[in-house]
Design a protein around this ligand. Structure first.
Ligand code: PLP
Length: 394
């Protein structure tokens, strides 16, 4: 039987009557942009996360853009962000005219290496943009310490980690801004594009709200240049249906991650990443003692497992495993095959592949396996068996 990397249909099918009702409510209201549905969803988001303010926006990308704009970051400014992340993180920095200054990643938690971040601070550094990659929080105490010491603003790219916690607090609520994506593959997925910005600062919230609508306040008066960053009423209504089910989705993802780890860790040459090796704290073990290193959740983190991403050690082996899985009808994905410091559009920054050794290496080692909440456990067993077969060929 084929195993899909992701199948959104069962989750939505289970909610079809409520989603239809929400659709009809919006259809009949005739109110399609912002308005009461968006405000209701924003209140629910603020309540869920504990953030003082939540603002619905058009995507996770636009959420980062609005946050940068609200903080007044622009030409001449530098923003620290990881190289090993989705493009939008650094793309938004470049779009406001600032310079993305890439930072290497930790091979254990895949997040910002704080020692490397500290080394790259200059008098022009205005902000740090940690990403909570794959659903696990970056080391936020260290990020906030660095920010305090160097007077930096903090934007948490929480696109992949809505609902994840760091020392009991929701990711996205610890910095000046948290930015969320409701892209359909995310743990809380809309039926189209959507995003949100979280903040505890009333003045920043007001600024972001004005920027969401072309910097317009009052009507047809523009003190700032903003954009069209609005969340549709329809997406807000559909997301309001899904939000109360979110904790159930997370439970299933955690169960799935635990099943992968339990099954895969028994295979020869496979071990779980050691939290003590975290590059954020000290020199990381490279993993040469293993053929496969499984991802780990830190005890102080509530990981929401947007991805389950092992590292396959050894040149060419990750791609060979992917081909092996594809041949057996098993979906997988490489997040991300080329780190941002090696992207053509950032060539003018002058970074070399070896400047960020872990970001470069992780791009060749990682593979994300099917982990969506509704995947039947026997399909996970099938994936693990296929990986076991692959290991016997090495
Ligand atoms: C880390 C990260 N940042 C930002 C985004 C952008 O979110 P969106 O696709 O909603 O614009 C994504 C989406 O995949 C992401 O993974």
């Amino acid at each position: 039987m084929n195993v899909n990397l992701l199948d959104l249909k069962p989750q939505n099918a289970a909610l079809e009557p409520e989603l239809r009702e929400a659709f009809l409510r919006v259809l009949r209201s005739g109110h399609f942009i912002l308005g009461p549905e968006v405000e209701r969803f924003e209140r629910a988001l603020a309540e869920f996360t504990g953030a003082k303010h939540a603002l619905g926006v058009s995507s996770g990308t636009d959420a980062i853009l609005v946050a940068l704009m609200a903080l007044g970051i622009g030409p001449g400014d530098e923003v620290l962000c990881p190289s090993f992340t989705f493009f939008a993180t650094a793309g938004c920095v470049a779009r406001v005219g600032a310079k993305p200054v890439f930072v290497d990643s930790c091979p254990v938690c895949f997040n910002l290496d704080l020692r490397d971040a500290a080394r790259r601070i200059t008098p022009r550094t205005k902000a740090i943009l940690p990403v909570h990659l794959f659903g696990q929080a970056a080391e936020m105490d260290g990020v906030l310490d660095l920010a305090r010491k160097h007077n930096l603003r903090v934007i948490e790219d929480t696109a992949q980690a809505f609902g994840a916690t760091y020392r009991g607090k929701q990711t996205g609520t610890l910095g000046d801004f948290g930015t969320i994506s409701f892209f359909p593959t995310k743990n809380l997925g809309a039926l189209g594009d959507g995003g949100a910005v979280l903040t505890n600062d009333a003045a920043l919230f007001e600024r972001a709200k004005i920027l969401r609508m072309h910097g317009m306040e009052p009507k047809y008066h523009h003190a700032f240049v903003g954009g069209c960053f609005r969340l549709d009423a329809l997406q807000a209504a559909l997301l309001s249906v899904k939000l109360p089910h979110f904790n159930g989705y997370t439970e299933n993802r955690r169960r799935n991650a635990a099943l992968y780890t339990e099954r895969l860790a028994t295979l020869p040459g496979v071990r779980v990443a050691r939290t003590a090796d975290c590059g954020c704290a000290k020199d990381a073990a490279a993993g040469e003692d293993a053929r496969v290193v499984l991802p780990v959740a830190y005890p102080h983190n509530g990981h929401i497992w947007n991805q389950y991403t092992p590292r396959i050690i050894g040149a060419g082996r990750r791609d060979a495993l992917r081909a092996h899985l594809t041949a057996r009808g098993i979906g997988s994905e490489i997040y991300y095959p080329l780190p941002l410091h090696e992207q053509k559009c950032f060539a003018a920054l002058g970074d070399k592949p070896e400047d960020f050794p872990w970001a470069h290496r992780l791009a060749g080692e990682v593979i994300s396996l099917p982990i969506y909440p509704e995947i039947p456990p026997d399909q996970i067993e099938q994936v693990c068996a296929a990986i076991g077969d692959f290991l016997t060929t090495l």
